[in-house]
Design a protein around this ligand. Sequence first.
Ligand code: GDP
Length: 455
Amino acid sequence: MNVVVVGRPNVGKSSLFNRLLGRKRALVLDTPGVTRDRIVEPAQFWVRAKPYSLNLIDTGGLGEGQFQEEIRLQVETALKEADLVLFVVDIKAGLTESDRSVFLELRRAGLTDSMPVILVLNKADSDAAEEGMNEFYALGLEHLMPVSAEHALQIDDLKEKIVDLLYSPDLDEADEGNEAAAEEAPPTIPRIPRIAIVGQPNVGKSTLLNAICGEKRSIVSPIAGTTVDPIDLTLNWHGKDFVVVDTAGIRRKNKTEQGIEVLSVVQTRKTLERADLAFLVLDGEVGVYDQDEKIAGLIEEAGCSVILVMNKWDTQVDNDEFSQKLAEEEIRKKIRFLGYAPIVFTTATRGIGLERLFRIADGVLEQRGLKVSTRELTEFIRDESEVHNPDNAKFYFVHQSGRNPPTFVAHVSDPRKVHFSLSRHLVRALRDRYGFSGSPIRFHFLKTRNTGEKK
Ligand code: GDP
């Protein structure tokens, strides 16, 4: 697999190159008279405790005054050899004319459509710098990654992203059909969905976990090509793999001096950070606690999808459909902002409701992974913005910038004109059309100057 680095001079391509390589490149660049069309360096990335071999390719710098020539060479190299392009810019300098030229060349050559391009925002070593990220969305590229080559920040994240894009075919449609390359590549990493079981003490989290393990499902130990933390549990439920994260945390009780169990917010937050989906377990015996809303908030903050699990449902004398309706109403009233979360009733002590829980979890995860194309989204959101748009915001284009959780970026004339009710309407419309059941939807509105770059 070949990764080609492109970008105008002075954005820090060389430092990034060396950083990714983990050493200084062998070639001396400054020797006069040496023709150096391109530098190819074999590199090894360790991602999730596995090695990946690939080639890093740089076209070097041609020096002052030869900018157009240099871009041409970069793009040509990328066209001929790349499986993935790292397009490097300087986040502190902002989006310059030269960056735009590089981008236009990439696009003209069809590279932005035919292979993954990661826009690497270098020199992101302060919060202020990260704020500069916004204007780069205007290029409409899907993968943006702020790093600091000099301070070695987020380099591992970048490596992970590169490996994911190159080796996980389900992650991006861009690398489909690259079969020859796939053969010599390391095996594809199975992407196993990660579930966190969270909730107040004593609601039945460990009992639920035990019920999940105890049923006929096979517990699979580390699946080939993956590493699983000892605190996690990998299981196979009707032919599908899941990881339940931080099972040690569920069993570990947080007791105060008086022996009363308390909710550990820090622990819950950490657990959620490692998960795609949370089961928020509620106590069916006592109803919804005030604290449950707080946990719901942590889930939303972490960007996890969520299913509300009303446990101990056997304690209700009338556990019929009518009382379920009442309980659902109570949950909806107390945890208002998780209106999109499915509710499942369980009796963990007897393993009741688990089938349904996993069936719904499967559906939620599938919808979380949905990717809508920029063209379709733009058309859809533009249409919807005609239905309701009190302040007449103008939409240029809309793209889905991520799936974990589903994140959308709309480029508009003026974000202040995006009325609260308009953004709510758009999120609702997205749910009506695509579902995204159980998943939070992030929708950002960015000001886009009319750059004249639209086709
Ligand atoms: P955790 O602190 O959330 O892990 O809660 P535990 O799993 O330790 O459960 C707390 C208590 O609730 C234990 O006595 C369990 O037996 C009980 N419990 C858990 N699930 C159920 C259930 O579905 N029905 C009933 N009646 N009791 C349950």
